[in-house]
Design a protein around this ligand. Structure first.
Ligand code: ADP
Ligand code: MG
Length: 369
């Protein structure tokens, strides 16, 4: 379907980003390129749609050398999704999604109908079509990015770290949705990530790359885990192997501590600030962000820009230990925000508490020590 034959990319400054890549991507499957930053993932991906030309070697799409195809025509058959979605800020969500069908000569009405279908497909309510990208959350913007890439119904989808900038709970939703879309639509997907867990979760096959643009191993996730080809792969796949268990241990047993909250529009916290911070919440007690306690008196005038992003949240009922740890580590206060099924704040968690829970699971034999 997509075949790299001895593909090398050397940038003008001499950097070899991709070195002799030989790899065949299966049609209708999800292939993941994974590796540390700078190992040539983005360069490899962008050579498929001719945003970057190889220095040497050949890339075939459906058996045809892509040098012989006209780049705009080639790209019509290849959707492209990037981090931060890359949406046009001054166009509505619906118009963003309708962009490619309009470019390819579809009538305005048909393009909008198609765009509305795509929004539904990615699980966004129809009324979001009228909003502007900045009025959506990061996760919702990524959904729009996926909808836009799918609007022209391309057989191939390239995705470059599309979920890396959203918090782990949202990332999990987006990953599940991608797997669902893939099973419904059967696209050939090439997905780039630096996150080995994401690679293993999404990939039918995973290409592990190392800095210098060399392919270290290309295999199914279970082969990678069972038989890493060399020390690099085994270290990369097994990096934090001890912590891998975090991903499948539920966080529901982790003790949830208190956290001070303050309703937006009021200037009193419900408890003494925790380590100098309070969580600002909306009327339904859903978190909006952190505010340094010293600025509490300005809360009636506070805007979104004054709040420090809460990092990630974790759901007490169905979150994993990993999401609890992520949320603690990504919070300015060092406290992860625990939410219930409605998204309301129920308390906080500290990284140390999560690691204690992991140690306890190891001690009782629930996970390997
Ligand atoms: P990844 O996506 O895995 O982080 P990239 O493909 O972006 O890796 O980059 C691979 C290597 O090529 C890195 O060393 C990067 O600094 C270098 N590189 C990327 N783009 C350019 C460029 N336009 N000019 C020179 N070097 C580049
Ligand atoms: Mg990259």
């Amino acid at each position: 379907m997509i075949e790299f034959r001895a593909v090398t990319k050397r940038y003008p400054d001499g950097t070899v980003a991709v070195d002799g890549l030989d790899l065949a991507v299966d049609a209708g499957r999800i292939t993941v390129f994974v590796g540390p930053s700078g190992c040539g993932k983005t360069t490899s991906l962008r050579m498929i749609n001719r945003m970057i030309d190889p220095t040497s070697g050949t890339i075939l799409v459906d058996g045809q050398d892509i040098r012989e195809s006209d780049p705009p025509l080639l790209r019509r058959g290849i959707g492209y999704v990037i981090q931060h979605a890359g949406l046009f800020p001054h166009r509505t969500v619906l118009d963003n999604v309708a962009t490619v069908p309009l470019l390819t000569g579809t009538s305005r009405r048909q393009a909008r109908t198609r765009a509305a279908e795509m929004l539904e497909l990615v699980g966004l309510p129809a009324e979001y079509g009228k909003r502007y990208p900045a009025q959506l959350s990061g996760g919702q913007q990524q959904r729009v990015g996926v909808a836009r890439a799918l609007a022209a119904d391309p057989p191939v989808l390239l995705m470059d770290e599309p979920f890396s900038a959203v918090d782990p709970v949202v990332r999990d939703d987006l990953q599940q949705q991608l797997l669902r879309l893939h099973s419904e639509l059967n696209k050939t997907i090439v997905f780039v990530t630096h996150d080995i867990d994401e690679a293993i979760k999404l990939g039918d096959k995973v290409a592990v790359m190392r800095v210098g643009g060399r392919l270290a191993q290309y295999a199914t996730p279970s082969e990678l885990l069972a038989k890493p080809a060399d020390d690099f792969v085994s270290t990369f796949v097994g990096r934090d192997r001890g912590y891998r268990a975090l991903g499948f241990l539920a966080a529901d047993g982790v003790p949830v501590g208190p956290v001070a909250t303050a309703k937006v529009g009021t200037n009193a916290a419900d408890a003494a600030p925790t380590d100098g911070w309070v969580v600002v919440v909306d009327d339904e007690n859903r978190p909006l962000g952190w505010l340094p306690a010293g600025r509490l008196s300005t809360l009636d005038k506070v805007t979104g820009d004054d709040l420090v992003s809460g990092g990630s949240l974790y759901k007490v009922d169905d979150g994993s230990l990993r999401s609890a740890l992520d949320s603690a580590l990504s919070s300015p206060a060092g406290l992860g925000i625990a939410i219930d099924g409605n998204g309301a704040v129920v308390g906080s968690v500290q990284a140390g508490t999560v690691l204690d829970a992991l140690a306890e699971a190891r001690r009782t034999g629930e996970v390997p020590a």
